[in-house]
Design a protein around this ligand. Structure first.
Ligand code: HXC
Length: 269
C-alpha cells in the first residue's frame, strides 16, 4: 500500500527533487495523504505530519522518517484543524524543528455515510468544519511561510459534488467549498508567487472511502472503470509530486482529478 525505495527507481521523478524543502501535511497519518508525504520524503523533502490522534500521528511520522536516511519527519499531534490557533501551534513547531514550510497538503477530512433524514445539523456542520473551515485555517496558518518561500498548496477534494451522491450531502457540500476556496486563493495569492491547486481523488484502492462506499464485487467495479483498474494511493502521490515540482510551476487554480475518467461515466452512482 505505502511506498518504499523502489519508488526512486521505477518512478519518472528525479531523486532529490525536493531536497531542502519542507512539506506540511494535515491528515498526513491517513491513507492518501500519508502516501503523498512518503513520495515527497523519498524525493528529498522533510515533513511535518499534522493529526488529531497522538499515537497514529507519532507512528506515521516515525515510519515515514525511516524511508530516507537523512529525512527529518516530525509529528504535530492533538491538532484540530477546526481551530486556527491549533494549526498555528503546529506551524510554529515545524519552523522551529524543520526551519521552513514550502509545500502544504490540506488533507484532513471527516466522513461517514448518512442519509439526509438522519444527518443532524451538528453532523453536517462537523464535516463542513473539518473539511472546509479546516482547509481555510490550514492556508491561513501557513500563509506567511508560503509567501516567504513562494510555496504551493494542494487541497484534497473529491468528485462527489460533480453530481449527487446519496448519503454524502455533508461531504459534497464541504468539498465544493474546498474547490472554490482553492480557485479564489490561486487568483488572489498568485501575485505573491503562491500556487494553489486541488487534487480530487476518485475511488482509491485500500482506503476508507473504498471500503465504505463500494459494496459491489471488486471485479465488477474494475470492469466498469474506463482504465480497467482501480486507482492507487501512488497515483495520487504522483499527481502531488507533479503539482509541487517545477514541472507544475505554471499550474495554479486547477482541480486535478485522479480517477481515470470514472466520474464522467457516473461510476460512483
Ligand atoms: C450520522 C454521525 C455519524 C454517523 C458522527 N455523527 N458519526 N451522524 N452517522 N456515522 C454525528 C454525531 O452524532 C454528531 O452529531 C456529529 O456527527 C459530530 O460527531 P462527533 O463525534 O461529536 O464529532 P467529532 O469527534 O468532531 O468527529 C468528526 C466526525 C468523525 C467527522 C464525525 O467521523 C471523524 O472525526 N472522522 C475522522 C476520520 C474520518 O472519518 N476520516 C475519513 C476520511 S476518508 P449530533 O447531532 O449527535 O451532535 C474520506 C474518504 C471518503 O473522507 C469516505 C467515504 C465514506
Amino acid at each position: 500500500m505505502g511506498l518504499d525505495q523502489s519508488y526512486l527507481k521505477d518512478s519518472v521523478w528525479k531523486p532529490n527533487l525536493f531536497k531542502g524543502k519542507v512539506v506540511f501535511v494535515t491528515g498526513g497519518a491517513g491513507t492518501i495523504c500519508r502516501v503523498q508525504t512518503e513520495a515527497m520524503v523519498l524525493l528529498g523533502a522533510n515533513a511535518a505530519i499534522i493529526g488529531r490522534n497522538k499515537e497514529k500521528t507519532d507512528q506515521a511520522a516515525i515510519e515515514i522518517g525511516q524511508l530516507r536516511k537523512d529525512a527529518k519527519v516530525i509529528s504535530c499531534s492533538n491538532i484540530d484543524v477546526r481551530k486556527v490557533e491549533s494549526l498555528v501551534e503546529a506551524v510554529d513547531k515545524t519552523i522551529k524543528q524543520l526551519g521552513r514550510i514550502d509545500y502544504v497538503i490540506a488533507g484532513a477530512a471527516g466522513n461517514f455515510l448518512a442519509d439526509f433524514n438522519h444527518l443532524s445539523t451538528n453532523a453536517f456542520k462537523s464535516v463542513v468544519d473539518i473539511d472546509l473551515l479546516g482547509s481555510f485555517n490550514t492556508a491561513k496558518a501557513t500563509f506567511n511561510e508560503l509567501r516567504k518561500n513562494k510555496g504551493a498548496i494542494i487541497f484534497i477534494s473529491a468528485t462527489l459534488h460533480y453530481y449527487g451522491v446519496p448519503f454524502q450531502i455533508h461531504v459534497g457540500a464541504a468539498k465544493a467549498g474546498v474547490d472554490a476556496l482553492s480557485n479564489a486563493l490561486a487568483v488572489e495569492l498568485g501575485p505573491l508567487g503562491i500556487r494553489s491547486n486541488v487534487i480530487a481523488p476518485g475511488l482509491i484502492d485500500e482506503t476508507e472511502g473504498m471500503k465504505r462506499l463500494v459494496t459491489q464485487d471488486r471485479d465488477q467495479v474494475i470492469k466498469r472503470l474506463p482504465l480497467q483498474r482501480i486507482a492507487t494511493t501512488r497515483d495520487v502521490a504522483d499527481a502531488t509530486v507533479y503539482l509541487f515540482s517545477d514541472a507544475g510551476s505554471y499550474i495554479s487554480g486547477t482541480v486535478q482529478v485522479v480517477d481515470g475518467a470514472s466520474w464522467h461515466m457516473g461510476a460512483l452512482k
